[in-house]
Design a protein around this ligand. Structure first.
Ligand code: ATP
Ligand code: MG
Length: 171
């Protein structure tokens, strides 16, 4: 049976290539619950696309993550999370705080992720080879996610949180 469980007060790790639709899913949670890496890049450098600022952005994101999990608050990490080591760090942090973890995989085809880079501002447009590499990493990672220690592995398409959201947006 498909796991569609997202417990309250969990750490939700979005997983998907650039353009997969992670931030769109994240927007179904209240804004303060979403830690978006691009936003932290902007906070530390005034430029959401500045890759050189990633280390500082990750450091700042982790500080907020620790503070929220210490309070047992629902937290959604909106980043590609396509690297095993990044996911391992998030799981370890959640474990330290006794918080359940959810991998929320956004399974958009690579070709669609690449197409969606067109029309993005230059500083936010990810080159196609990088998008394809992220996508391949997610495909490789997906069968192993339960073994990595996620308490729940949910495929975004199997839950319907987005429908009420899109309805609201079109009203
Ligand atoms: P990044 O990693 O670069 O931040 P992302 O995974 O956060 O990318 P989004 O910004 O959420 O991706 O979505 C990329 C584009 O795809 C947006 O223009 C968004 O409106 C569109 N999009 C997202 N989800 C859907 C969907 N389910 N149906 C149609 N369009 C979508
Ligand atoms: Mg995004």
């Amino acid at each position: 049976p498909l796991d569609t469980t997202i417990p309250d007060n969990a750490l939700v790790c979005l997983i998907g290539a650039a353009g997969a639709g992670k931030s769109t899913w994240a927007s179904t949670w209240p804004g303060t619950q979403v830690l978006e890496l691009d936003r932290f890049r902007a906070l530390v450098s005034d430029d959401a696309g500045k890759q050189e600022a990633t280390d500082d952005a990750v450091f700042a994101l982790q500080a907020v993550l620790e503070a929220r999990l210490a309070r047992g608050l629902m937290t959604v990490v909106d980043a590609t999370n396509s690297e095993t080591a990044v996911r391992a760090g998030l799981i370890a942090t959640a474990r330290r705080h006794g918080v359940p973890t959810v991998a929320l995989v956004v399974p958009t085809p690579a070709s669609v992720c690449v197409e969606r880079q067109d029309g993005r501002p230059d500083n936010r447009s990810v080159p196609a080879p990088i998008v394809r590499a992220q996508h391949a990493a997610v495909v490789d990672a997906w069968p192993g996610l339960p073994g990595e220690g996620f308490d729940h592995v949910v495929v975004a398409e199997n839950i319907h949180r987005l429908e009420p959201l899109l309805q609201r947006l079109s009203d």
